[in-house]
Design a protein around this ligand. Structure first.
Ligand code: NAP
Ligand code: MG
Length: 500
């Protein structure tokens, strides 16, 4: 049953997509799960089922891996010229741009985020990612090395490296940026000449499946891109599969550790983009208004369901009360509603489970003695909405300070001086991102050098770019996605030495 609660009309193309039975993409064909089973995917603004998708399991993962292996070893993919891969990837980027609104609405319905933001950010950036890596396909190079060869005095040699694809890659993505996280992995993996199996999150399989249709239409050979929708057991089967050469994962730190265990069997390569509890540091000399606006975006963007969310707001004690009051006031004015309402600024959380988890943290924070300057409870009485919440009077040991909540909740703490800010910011098992707000350029760079985080944003937050590497220190992950770094993730180096 397709039930859509929407303020703006849903495009006919989205209705048509939802009416198609969504199946698995294996070896260039759309097929049902071997078991014939399906599962419903839900609109978080209403709790209603949008459509049924195939329930892929280990046996389907195995079929997809065999297809990807064949396509990598003997299909047309390995013999295709880099500029042919470039043209295919560029085509995917163009189609995403042409059909941005359709992808944006579908993402909004499946995930709950604003359709306008999904179109302008998730889809537009995904298109950019495909074009950026389309360009890389023709620029992957080895090097020549002037060797000394001390064990072969008098000999003459020609030594060089080849940068080759890793092979069959399993890409496991979460529900917070379903299309974008898939794009971050698919585009560099394919540019480098790998074949892939994509496992979307159970909550948000739809844009991945629509993207699968785009890959088909663009002319990717069978088996190069396979998509298996399903649950954690499908992800586990992919991570443990002995014919998979690499897993690229974005999601929770807990599942990241399971993937490391599962990967041991054949020592497949693993890259991980995991959780965070990022610090956003506001010095007293910051531009007050832009720091307030930026600090709210830092923890509220995507309803707080961002791995980089700046959920530990560290504020110079001299401005703490004024600053947190202004943050709370801004947050309390945010317009809450369903994603297809163009005026919505804060949508629902992804699922009942996530709603229950965030609600548990709110109650735990209050029981520990934190005070909510605004929010602290659910919004409305249907859908998975939580009021934006600003906690003060928090202690470093509170769970709302230490653990990733993944909802629109921030814990604000005062600090004393630069060293106090750095110590508080680094007091976390995570190290994904950090923000710094100050007009003092030296202090900004000095602080950036001392923060243990993979990304540092100064006088802004979420300062991402496709060309900039992204990933985590500490338990926030292994490796760097985006930029040239992602090409490193999806290639391996062969050293060749010729005796002349
Ligand atoms: P998750 O469990 O880590 O899920 C991420 C992906 O891994 C999904 O595709 C998931 O499939 C799959 N998966 C689950 N168990 C697996 C296993 N044993 N082996 C291989 N793959 C497996 O994340 P979640 O449950 O959706 O969210 C839980 C928490 O993770 C959130 O509250 C948040 O704190 C964090 N999170 C972080 C990020 C991030 O970007 N860093 C993103 C999302 C969530 P299923 O969807 O079928 O379970
Ligand atoms: Mg859904």
């Amino acid at each position: 049953m397709t039930v859509i609660a929407a303020a703006t009309p849903v495009l006919p193309a989205v209705h048509e997509f939802l009416a198609r039975t969504a199946s698995l993409l294996i070896d260039g064909e759309w097929v049902q799960a071997a078991s014939g089973r399906t599962f419903g995917t839900v609109d978080p603004a209403t709790g209603n089922t949008l459509t049924e998708v195939a329930h892929g399991e280990a046996v389907d993962i195995d079929s997809a891996v065999r297809a990807a292996r064949k396509a990598f070893d003997t299909g047309p993919w390995p013999s295709m010229k880099p500029n042919e891969r470039e043209r295919l990837l560029w085509r995917v980027g163009d189609v995403l741009s042409e059909r941005a609104e359709e992808f944006g609405q579908l993402e909004s319905l499946d995930n709950g985020k604003s359709a306008a933001i999904a179109t302008a950010v998730d889809v537009a950036w995904s298109a950019d990612v495909f074009r950026y890596y389309a360009g890389w396909a023709t620029k992957i190079e080895g090097s020549t090395i002037n060797v000394s060869m001390p064990f072969a005095p008098g000999g003459r040699f020609h030594a060089y490296t080849l940068r080759e694809p890793v092979g069959v890659c399993g890409l496991i993505v979460p529900w917070n940026f379903p299309l974008l996280m898939a794009a971050w992995k698919l585009a560099p993996a394919l540019a480098a000449g790998n074949t892939v199996i994509l496992k979307p999150a159970e909550q948000t399989p739809l844009t991945a499946l629509l993207l699968g249709e785009v890959f088909q239409e663009a002319g990717f050979p069978p088996g190069v891109v396979n998509i298996v929708t399903g649950f954690g057991d499908a992800g586990a089967a992919l991570s443990g599969h002995h014919d998979v050469d690499k897993i690229a994962f974005t999601g929770s730190t807990e599942v990241g550790k399971k993937i490391v265990d599962a990967a041991k069997g054949n020592l497949k390569k693993v890259s991980l983009e995991l959780g965070g509890k990022s610090a956003n540091v506001v010095f007293a000399d910051a531009d007050f208004d832009s720091a307030v606006a930026g600090s709210v975006t830092a923890w509220m963007f995507n309803h707080g369901q961002c791995c980089v969310a700046g959920t530990r707001l560290l504020v110079d004690e001299r401005i703490f009360d004024d600053f947190t009051a202004a943050v709370a006031e801004t947050a309390s004015k945010v317009k809450i509603g369903p994603g297809l309402d163009p005026t919505t600024e804060l949508g629902p959380l992804i699922s009942q489970d996530q709603f229950d988890k965030v609600d548990r943290y709110l109650r735990e924070g209050l029981a520990d003695g934190a005070r909510a300057l605004t929010g602290g409870k659910r919004w409305g009485d249907s859908g998975f909405f939580i009021e934006p919440t600003v906690f003060v009077d928090v202690k470093p040991e509170f769970s709302i300070v230490r653990e990733e909540i993944f909802g629109p909740v921030v814990a604000a703490m005062p600090f004393d001086g630069e060293s106090g800010a750095v110590a508080a910011a680094n007091d976390s098992i995570y190290g994904l991102a950090a923000g710094i707000w100050t007009k003092d350029i030296s202090k900004a760079h000095r602080t950036a050098q001392q923060l243990k985080a993979g990304s540092v944003w100064i006088n802004q937050y979420n300062g991402f770019d496709t060309a900039m590497p992204f990933g985590g220190y500490k338990q926030s992950g292994w490796g760097r996605e985006l930029g040239q770094s992602a090409i490193d993730l999806y290639t391996q180096i062969k050293a060749v030495n010729v005796a002349l």
